[in-house]
Every structure is written in structure tokens, then in C-alpha cells.
Design a protein around this ligand. Structure first.
Ligand code: NAD
Length: 463
């Protein structure tokens, strides 16, 4: 039957479309339902287009330092429209790539909003006037920006933006207030600052990037301030109102009231799962704090119904969604997937970049792991000096009893590319001995990763 499948996936972000490919490889007849664009938020409104904007900002900001490299330029400038257009083009290219991949793997793409209804086995998926049935259904509907209407943190697309509007503005605002210092807030803060905006970031918790290791947070704060970013931390947002030409944000910082004004405000205070209008309640699917509750295989408890990625809870990261999806579909196929609980790295693509995996030093102490901690700064690394990239450091956290690498934290140029070395080490359950015995190419900034592992055991070489 045309409308009967082995697997239907709702949502085509990096959770949904990667799961569809893996399911097709396993011989399943697959349909994927998407209400907007193939590739989801990540490819179209998130990870990818922000990286394109950030690259433009980074290159432009580098021009400030040309003299350090013995170079000069006659006239610097940018065409904001072209910067945005490039970012949109990058998204369009990847969106076309997902279309190609779906075709290649014979995955049927059904455009429209899906609703679930009680079925014979797994729920039936209703899209417009089509009723699709399958042995199994995976919900991969993702998440969207959280808003706080009570204090005015409700984006209007004009002067109060979420990431959506921030990706396609008509011009770079002269002044900007960013509410929230997580990855989304700081990446936009970093980009607009690079193009010259006057940017103030407001964070409710005691430090910026509160999920990162405290030393990294502190170093990031200092490095961002050096680039001209301003912070109000910790600050309580009382009210956001629109003024004649922009916005006013009333805050309380250190017990004192203050009003900040700017052209635009970006609200980046977290995300909520897309659980609405799916018919979950009638099916008895358990939802907690806007996320679908699942077991470690993604099962919701309703026969044949699974959920993966952002809609199934934190960490809200594209690579976590893909990993969960592949695992889920291999489990459905009766395979015994390994690495169910692989360590999940986090990356923030600001200048400087931030990357981490596993436990922070504080978390390791809380767990009684008696951590052995190593550090190594880039300012004494040969490649970093040659490249003029002196900011930042690497920090490793080992379990004091077993020697297992249990956490790694980095800030500096291109650390988002380097963290994968530690991710593999942790996935393979490496100890200090393996990391110390590994050969790191010279000259590279990754040598700092080796040195931080040596430093944890008093064997650092270049300090
Ligand atoms: P987040 O939860 O990471 O950060 C939000 C920040 O806002 C927190 O630090 C929080 O304390 C603060 N906050 C909350 N309410 C506030 C208020 N009223 N006033 C001031 N500050 C307030 O959320 P996000 O940055 O919106 O990102 C959403 C998710 O998407 C995150 O899980 C993030 O990791 C993920 N993401 C990842 C990347 C990346 O990997 N580079 C990029 C973008 C988003």
C-alpha cells in the first residue's frame, strides 16, 4: 500500500533525516514528514547559517590585526546584504543536499504538518488528507526559542528578535542587547560585535556560559570584554519595552535598578520542545517540561512510538539528535547498538571558540571522583604563537582513582575542531596513559591537548 511504511519519522532536522538514512540502510521502507524545510532548524535557521555569518564576522575582525602579520589593506568595509545572502545560500545548498540524500535512499518526503491518531499498532500519522501507517513512528520535531511574555520577552520580529530574525536582519543594529549568555546569545553577540555593533549581554546566572567549566567561563568573559562586548552578570530582567526607536530593558544588577537602551534585543533564554498539535495527550504520551519522556532507546511507552533529539530533552544539540536517532532505529531493527551513552561534546563558535566534553572539575568533585586536573595555555604553544592565536587554554579532568579521562574543556582558536580528539578518547574509555603516550603532530595547537594531559600528572614539558 502506498501509504504504509516500516517507519515514519516526523521532522527532518539532523535527528530525523539522519535516522531516515540509517533506517533505509537497514532495509526499511521510510517516510519523513516535514512542515517547513528539509534539514530543520540546524541547516536552515541554526547551526549552519550562524556559522556562515560568524565566518564573515571573523574574517572582517581579522582585518583589525593585519599589521600584526605585516599586512595592510587600503579600505575595509562590508556589504551586510551580501553577508546575509551568503549565509542563506549556504543553508539552501545544504537543504538541497538533504533532498538529494532522501532521494538516494528512497525515503518518501511528505510535506505538511503531522498529527498522530490512535492506530492498529503504532499510531497513524495524518498529514493533510493522507493517513500514513507504519510499524513504528519516530517523533523528531525539535524545539524552538523559549519566550517570557510576562516580562516582554516575546519576540515581535521587528525590534525583539529570536535567532530566526537575527539571521536575516536588513542591517546590523548599531546597538544590541542580548538576553541570555548560552551558545545562541553569545554567537550572535560575537557576530554583531565583529561588524561593529555595540553589544551588551545580560545573564541571569552568576557567570556567562554557565554550563561550561568555571575557568573557561571566566576566560571567555575576559576575552569577550577585550573585544568590546559588555556584560551585566548576574542580572534579573524585570521588563522589556519598546521605545520610539528601539528597546529598553529594565534590569536589576547587584541589587540596583538599571535601564539599558538599544536598537534591538535578541532573546536567547533557552528552548522549548515542539510537542504541540501532535495529538500526544490523546495517545497518553508523557510530556515533562515541554519534552517527551522516553527510555534510553527513545521509546515513549506507547507501542511503536519513539522520540529523539531536542523534543526528547537536553542536551539540545544536533549531533545528540543524530546519535539518538541512529541508536533508536538500530534498536527497532533488533541490532544491539553500542555506545548508547557516548559522551556528547558541546561547541560554541564565538571568538574565541569554546568546546567541552564530559564533567567539569566542579562536577567531578561533586561526584567524589578526586579529579586530577591538567592545564596548558596556548600562549606557549609554537603553532599558536606563529598564528598569532594566543588566547585560551586546554584543561583536562581525569578520575583520580582510575585515571580515566572524564572531562576536557577548551577555549581558543579552532578548539571546536580539536575537541573531537578527547571525545574519541572518552568514547574509547582512554586513561591518562593512552593520552600521554599518543603522538601529537608538531607544530599544531593540538599539542596543548597532550601537554594538558601530561600536566595533570606533573609531567608537562613546555612550561
Ligand atoms: P541556553 O539554555 O544554552 O542559554 C540560555 C541562557 O539564558 C542561560 O545561560 C540562562 O541562564 C540565561 N537566561 C535564562 N533566562 C534569562 C533571563 N530572564 N534573563 C537573562 N538570562 C536568562 O539556551 P540558548 O543559548 O537559547 O540555546 C538553546 C540550545 O541550543 C542550547 O541547549 C544550546 O546548547 C543549543 N545551541 C547550541 C549551539 C552550538 O552548539 N554552537 C548553538 C546554538 C544553540
Amino acid at each position: 500500500m502506498a501509504d504504509s511504511f516500516d517507519l515514519i519519522i516526523i521532522g527532518s532536522g539532523p535527528g530525523g533525516y539522519v535516522t531516515a538514512i540509517r533506517a533505509a540502510q537497514l532495509g526499511m521502507k521510510v517516510a519523513i514528514v516535514e512542515r517547513e524545510l528539509l534539514g530543520g532548524i540546524c541547516l536552515n535557521w541554526g547551526c549552519i547559517p550562524t556559522k556562515a555569518l560568524l565566518k564573515s564576522g571573523e574574517v572582517y575582525e581579522q582585518l583589525d590585526h593585519l599589521a600584526d602579520y605585516g599586512l595592510s589593506v587600503e579600505k575595509r568595509g562590508f556589504d551586510f546584504d551580501k553577508v546575509v545572502q551568503r549565509s542563506r545560500k549556504v543553508s539552501a545548498q545544504l537543504n538541497a543536499g538533504v533532498t538529494f540524500l532522501m532521494k538516494k535512499h528512497k525515503v518518501e518526503v511528505v510535506m505538511g504538518a503531522a498529527r498522530l491518531e490512535k492506530g492498529q499498532g503504532a499510531p497513524t500519522v495524518v498529514v493533510g488528507d493522507r493517513k500514513l501507517t507504519a510499524k513504528n513512528v519516530i517523533i523528531a520535531t525539535g524545539a524552538r526559542a523559549r519566550t517570557i511574555p510576562a516580562i516582554g520577552l516575546e519576540p515581535d520580529g521587528d525590534r525583539v528578535w529570536t535567532y530566526r530574525e537575527a539571521l536575516v536582519p536588513k542591517s546590523a543594529p548599531k546597538s544590541l542587547i542580548v538576553i541570555g549568555s548560552g551558545a545562541i546569545g553569545l554567537e550572535f553577540a560575537s557576530f554583531f560585535r565583529a561588524l561593529g555593533s555595540d553589544v551588551t549581554v545580560i545573564e541571569a546566572l552568576p557567570r556567562i556560559l554557565p554550563v561550561e567549566d568555571e575557568e573557561v567561563s571566566k576566560a571567555a568573559h575576559k576575552a569577550f570584554e577585550k573585544r568590546g562586548l559588555k556584560f551585566r552578570v548576574p542580572a534579573n530582567v524585570k521588563k522589556l519595552t519598546k521605545t520610539k526607536s528601539g528597546v529598553a530593558v529594565e534590569i536589576e544588577v547587584g541589587g540596583k535598578a538599571e535601564t539599558l537602551e538599544a536598537d534591538v534585543a535578541i532573546v536567547a533564554v533557552g528552548i522549548v520542545g515542539n510537542v504541540e498539535d501532535l495529538g500526544l495527550e490523546a495517545l497518553g504520551v508523557k510530556v515533562e517540561k515541554t519534552h517527551i519522556v522516553t527510555d534510553k532507546h527513545g521509546a515513549t511507552g506507547v507501542p511503536g512510538l519513539y522520540a529523539i533529539g531536542d523534543v526528547a530533552g537536553p542536551p539540545w544539540l544536533a549531533h545528540k539528535a543524530s546519535h539518538e536517532g541512529v541508536h533508536c532505529v538500530e534498536h527497532i531493527a533488533g541490532l544491539k547498538p553500542t555506545n548508547v551513552e557516548s559522551p556528547i561534546p558541546g561547541c560554541t563558535y564565538t571568538t574565541p571558540q569554546i568546546a567541552s566534553v564530559g564533567l567539569t572539575e566542579a562536577q567531578a568533585k561533586e561526584q567524589g571522583r578526586e579529579p586530577k586536573v591538567g592545564r596548558f595555555p596556548f600562549r606557549v604553544n609554537g603553532k599558536a604563537i606563529a598564528s598569532g592565536e594566543l588566547d585560551g587554554f586546554v584543561k583536562t579532568v581525569f578520575d583520580g582513582k582510575t585515571g580515566a579521562l572524564i572531562g576536557a574543556h577548551m577555549i581558543g582558536a579552532e578548539v571546536t575542531e580539536m575537541i573531537q580528539g578527547y571525545v574519541i578518547a572518552m568514547t574509547c574509555e582512554a586513561t591518562e596513559a593512552e593520552l600521554q603516550g599518543a603522538v601529537f603532530p608538531h607544530p599544531t595547537m593540538s599539542e596543548a591537548m597532550h601537554e594538558a594531559s601530561l600536566d595533570a600528572y606533573g609531567m608537562v614539558l613546555h612550561i
